[in-house]
Design a protein around this ligand. Structure first.
Ligand code: C5P
Length: 222
């Protein structure tokens, strides 16, 4: 697809998983590959935007010209995003942020002892929600990976988090989504929606970026 022209615009993207430390040698994380976020960063750079990618640990590299800020935990991701977001026009949250982190990080390696181990977790900050609820937020786009009632959950997330747009995908569809090179998205905004069919993530990212650019231009020209 033809890419929009985003010269002069700055796009901030979160990508990848977060790792939440338990002790000096262990962490909790998830299987996010970061592919969707990196694909978006690539096409946004091709569309002449200034791109800042705040990324959890992945095996992926970025093209020259993209500013990558590596982070480990959700708390670090939030702090880096908040330092960058004021100068950004568009924020796209693709990261699979861990919903919870261990309540305490042990100073030393936790030794094995009993047959059972119970851990206590506390909720992580919702980075996307915090950005969307800033006094002067950028155009804010979230992702919703769901295995059932995809559209219903996506629409309620759009409203509850006060997003400009949400890209929903059904993770129950074989071969699509997490860790796959392909995905399909149901993109929803306040007064419209669009279905992007299954395709390679870079192609999909270009189509999503076109929808983002169109709605961003509409919002900012009002
Ligand atoms: O509420 P849920 O986790 O399903 O929302 C997913 C969206 O919110 C994604 O865009 C994800 O990047 C973002 N998110 C976030 N910080 C969190 C949890 C989710 O930015 N702590």
């Amino acid at each position: 697809p033809a890419l929009p022209d985003l010269s002069g615009k700055t796009i901030l993207i979160t990508a990848g998983p977060t790792q939440e430390a338990l002790d000096p040698v262990r962490y909790l994380s998830n299987h996010s590959s970061g592919k969707m976020g990196y694909a978006l960063a690539q096409v946004a750079a091709q569309a002449n935007a200034k791109v800042i990618l705040v990324s959890g640990p992945t095996n992926l590299g970025v093209a020259p010209g993209i500013t990558k800020i590596p982070v480990t935990s959700a708390a670090q991701m939030l702090s880096e995003v908040m330092q960058q977001v004021q100068q950004c026009d568009i924020f796209i949250a693709t990261a699979a942020v861990a919903d919870y982190r261990p309540a305490t990080v042990a100073d030393n390696k936790i030794k094995k002892k009993d047959d059972e181990l119970t851990l206590t977790f506390v909720k992580n900050p919702d980075i996307l929600k915090q950005v969307a609820n800033l006094p002067t937020p950028p155009f804010t786009v979230g992702f919703a990976a769901e295995s059932q009632n995809v559209e219903h959950y996506a629409r309620s997330k759009l409203n509850l988090k006060k997003l400009d747009m949400i890209a929903a995908n059904n993770i129950a569809t074989a071969g699509l989504g997490f860790n796959s090179d392909h995905n399909a998205l149901h993109v929803i905004w306040r007064d419209g929606e669009h279905h992007l069919p299954p395709q390679p993530k870079v192609q999909l990212a270009a189509e999503l970026l076109s929808l983002v650019a169109t709605q961003f231009n509409k919002k900012t020209s009002n």
